[in-house]
Design a protein around this ligand. Structure first.
Ligand code: SF4
Length: 178
């Protein structure tokens, strides 16, 4: 078992915060060591909680549309969240939950070592932005797909953001299709 798989196995059993009592499955994230782009969202939703997979609910489908429109495949990026367990009613994770879960996210960044980190929404941003681990990486901000799905203006902005993201990926050879 590689280090990333070992870390994900640990996350699946984690009981470091109260979200462990409410989850069906923890959702560590998906992708491989060596992915050059890591997308970090907020937290698993209901569908993710059932399946243990990131971005498989409605917001995930919208993210897939953005990926497809821009020639990005899920297999070549890494997808994860700021916390790995479903917060009831899709609420924003509490500070103590984010803090408890943060070492897992940091370890994922160390192991995957992405050249570019994309923050989907501002939850992870607030907790990670000043971390040493981000130094030397390309940092990119956009909205959370759940917001893009609901609000047409944000949807438009996300489409523009993804065009920019792909330009940067192209310049830096971060995607296989380029
Ligand atoms: S959210 Fe993170 S810290 Fe809390 S139980 Fe799940 S994996 Fe552990």
């Amino acid at each position: 078992m590689n280090c990333l798989k070992m870390l994900h196995a640990k996350i699946m059993k984690c009981q470091k915060c109260p979200l462990s009592q409410l989850r069906t499955k923890a959702v560590p994230g998906e992708g491989s060591i060596g992915a050059k782009i890591m997308f970090i969202g907020q937290a698993p939703g209901r569908e993710e909680d059932k399946t243990g997979r990131p971005f498989v609910g409605r917001a995930g489908k919208f993210l897939d549309e953005l990926f497809q429109a821009n020639g990005i495949s899920r297999e070549e990026v890494f997808l994860t969240g700021s916390v790995k367990c479903f917060p009831p009613d899709n609420r924003v994770p509490k500070r103590e939950e984010l803090l408890a879960c943060k070492p897992y996210l940091i370890e994922q960044i160390v192991l995957v070592n992405p050249r570019m980190v994309v923050f989907l929404g501002n939850v992870a941003q607030k907790f990670l932005l000043n971390e040493e681990i981000l130094k030397g990486r390309i940092i990119f901000f956009t909205y959370h797909p759940a917001a893009g799905m609901r609000f047409p203006k944000i949807k438009e902005k996300m489409a523009e953001d993804f065009n920019r993201l792909v330009d940067i990926a192209q310049e830096n050879r971060l995607l296989k299709s380029f």
